[in-house]
Design a protein around this ligand. Structure first.
Ligand code: CTP
Ligand code: CA
Length: 224
């Protein structure tokens, strides 16, 4: 019993994870997206599942596949689809981790035919997408809620604001300052900030190791 506990410390826990970019359609052949590969979210999912958790991985378009039977991969495309899917599962989970790079805006109108070019300038009116993480924070009961923050200036201050605004228990601040960190890179430079505003800067590490550090925070939460 004690042995199982130490090998599978997340046994019995359900974890919802978002990953990847979202694509917001402009017309049938075009979209607005971003460079997120989904690697961070998939690494977190693999780590959690290997430690016994049941994982619901809601991912935008990515080439990553899952190998673990304890990961239920649900593929979505748009921010709205990701929002709907997360809300379908959130009430039943113990932990939610928002690693997706969700589009902040989407075209207000999606053209039903391919938009033809013309000789003039062209612009698209955008409207805000729903903030998935903030909406989960709003209805939070016992869930341990973890978000990410990507900042390029006033990093700590901005991340603290996100903890408050989204009702988070922990935020993973992603630093783009470092050459080796971020989109498409195998490594990340993160800083943990918790809801007491305790700040813990971490070394530059592989995304697998960062995933392990994040999951360790979850384990600490349940076994402290
Ligand atoms: N997030 C989300 N839904 C959105 C936008 C963001 O769930 N529509 C989540 C991300 O998955 C991440 C966190 O919110 O965990 C912070 O994302 P980030 O882009 O850093 O912050 P925003 O709140 O979108 O603010 P801004 O981009 O203006 O810094
Ligand atoms: Ca954003």
């Amino acid at each position: 019993e004690a042995d199982l506990e130490s090998k599978l410390p997340l046994k019995g826990k359900k974890i919802l994870i978002t990953a990847g970019p979202t694509y917001e359609a402009i017309d049938p052949v075009r979209f607005i997206g971003n460079h997120s590969s989904g690697k961070m979210g998939f690494d977190i999912a693999n780590c959690a599942a290997s430690l016994g958790a049941e994982v619901i991985l809601v991912s935008g378009p990515t080439h990553f596949k899952v190998k673990n039977d304890f990961i239920n991969l649900i593929k979505v495309v748009s921010a709205q689809e990701m929002y709907d899917t997360c809300h379908q599962y959130y009430k039943d989970v113990d932990v939610a981790i928002a690693a997706a790079a969700v589009a902040d805006y989407r075209p207000k109108v999606v053209a039903d035919q391919k938009i033809k070019k013309s000789d003039t300038c062209f612009s698209i009116e955008l409207e805000k997408t729903k903030d998935i993480l903030a909406s989960l924070g709003e209805i939070k009961k016992n869930q341990f809620l973890i978000g990410f923050a990507l900042e390029t200036e006033n990093e700590i201050e901005n991340a603290k604001l996100k903890i408050q605004k989204k009702n988070l228990d922990l935020i993973v601040l992603n630093s783009l300052q470092d050459e080796g960190a971020g989109f498409g890179k195998p490594t990340n430079k993160i800083t943990f900030i918790d809801s007491n505003f305790t700040i813990e800067p971490m070394d530059l590490k592989s995304k697998e190791e960062v995933a392990q550090d994040i999951i360790n925070k979850v384990i600490e939460h349940y076994h402290a």
